[in-house]
Design a protein around this ligand. Sequence first.
Ligand SMILES: C[S@@+](CC[C@H](N)C(=O)[O-])C[C@H]1O[C@@H](n2cnc3c(N)ncnc32)[C@H](O)[C@@H]1O
Ligand code: SF4
Length: 349
Amino acid sequence: MSSTVHHIRGSFDPIDRLGRPLRDLRISVMDRCNFRCPYCMPKEQFHEHYRFLKSQERLSFEEIVRLARLFVALGVRKLRLTGGEPLLRTNLADLVGDLTDIQGIEDIALTTNGVLLGQHAVDLHANGLKRVTVSLDTLDKNVFARMSGGYGALDQVLSGIDAAIAAGLTPVKINAVIERGLNDHTALDLVERFRASPVIVRFIEFMDVGNRNQWRPELVVPSRELAARVHARWPMRPIAQNYKGEVAERWRFDDGAGEVGFISSVTQPFCGACSRARLSSEGKFYTCLFATHGLDLRAPLRAGATDAEMLQLIRGVWGARTDRYSELREELRRTSPAAKKIEMNYIGG
Ligand SMILES: C[S@@+](CC[C@H](N)C(=O)[O-])C[C@H]1O[C@@H](n2cnc3c(N)ncnc32)[C@H](O)[C@@H]1O
Ligand code: SF4
């Protein structure tokens, strides 16, 4: 298999219609979640009778590794494991080990809600994971309960973060979704707690993902506003991106106590440099977080398609890609205030 892949790679890396290469792949390894964050999987929709995938419907580790290899052959250098909640997938560390072995991958990361991190941090690190991103929206217990849908416990997430640091999964990044009137009053507490530690807090603007999360434009706290509040307390200045296409804008504290990040998907969309593809748990290949359609890669994979055939499929989709949904949404909101929200399907991850 690898010789075919090797033969096809190289100068044939696909570029989409807007000139963007394929560099990152987010792999959802699990559609289920042990939280019900209202901005992502509200309880009303993801209730106890919700039909999640059956295990045979999810890609197996073998299938994920094969697809990852193919994506790497087309230019992917960075993998992120996500979900749902990725740590609900049994033996995830084994998958990390297999992915780490793929030649050409420069970085493997994991995004988790952190509840199970305490149990798995050492194993994940031993299998080659370098770093982890933990989603944590607040340090206030009551607000936390509201923002996780009443599942999980803040203490578990905090010990998960400690375990990640102890295991060497650093720097640990924290993703905090900020929603006006819900947790924006607790945002600075996160900065205070994690400044001068091996943890980087990154604030994410609340996104309008489909029609199930009660999104309204007035609930978005623009990064600029939040940055001004942080700056007033701990002066800071912007610093360069780590790499082209990095989604977080980085700011470093003047007093040397580290940095903080802002992900402004709503007010400053970054579609122009987006080199990210997504693979859903059931094997659909999406070219945008907001895409309504994904190409089923599981069916040809299970029907015995060769590497060359699979590569052709993936290359074809990427080559035809024109997605810039976040930018279009922002343009539409600016020009037509009535169109405050565009309904789009959220594919998770
Ligand atoms: C979908 S989760 C999957 C991984 C894992 N369950 C977690 O929460 O980290 C990945 C990231 O998407 C973010 N997210 C989900 N819904 C969002 C929304 N409506 N706006 C902004 N970020 C969102 C989460 O906060 C999390 O950091
Ligand atoms: S953001 Fe993560 S933890 Fe929250 S419901 Fe979505 S997948 Fe689960």
